[in-house]
Design a binder for this molecule. Sequence first.
Ligand code: GRG
Length: 256
Amino acid sequence: MRGGGKRFRARLLLAAFDAVGGTGDATGLAAAVELIHAYSLVHDDLPCMDDDDLRRGRPTLHRVYDTGTAMRAGLALLPLGIEAAMSGCKSLNLDDNRTTEIVTTILRAAGATGMISGQLRDLEGEGKALALSDLETIHGEKTGALIQASANIGGIAGGENDEQLSALDFFGQRIGLAFQIIDDVLDVTSTSAALGKTAGRDASLRKSTYPGLLGVEGASDRAQSLINEALDRLQNAGLLSNELKGLAGFIAARHS
Ligand code: GRG
């Protein structure tokens, strides 16, 4: 599993697709969100960003090759992700409106209103004492946006009930934030060997984090309450499948 990562976003998209009664093969769409995620990891590790040596248990791409190669590889993954999204929509015979909605959802999550904005705020926040509300914005954009998009895309591709789509949007937003909070917790409590990436990196980069502001227990509690809210909303919408429940539970239980 380590080599390809946990594939959380792909699994979430497929579980959302199934929960709304989607039929057909949505794996092309699942690959699309993982390709965008993979690009973000390659670029996140670059010297001009988090400057990290280890990812998924291996030396980062720019350490194995060089910064230019890692920049180009990351950039190449981005259009490949969009191409996978387009062909994923085609495999499902989705109409133009849904295809546009899905591609727009990915682009917004990856772009200046999502991941890029979150990453910029994150970099600018290094060495500063941020408020919890700032941290929530950073985490929501940097990490949460693509997770939220994955839940939404599964719903858009598989169903058409507005109430269900809105429940999946809420679910994705809450668990996306919880995912990054637990990432902050693991950065403090786990080891590089278990994580496959450098533990303690947030402290060395002097980042504000949830455990820094709330303590490890407070941060874990905050993540759990977000997960509970997410699950309640799914239950009310009749979407609480074992897969979605399992993925939400996995966030709090994960060790890497
Ligand atoms: C141009 C400023 C600018 C930014 C480019 C690099 C970037 C966009 C954004 C960084 C986004 C990022 C890497 C956020 C961290 C998200 C996160 C928690 C990653 C780890 O996800 P996992 O645990 O990883 O799902 P695996 O390896 O399992 O896939």
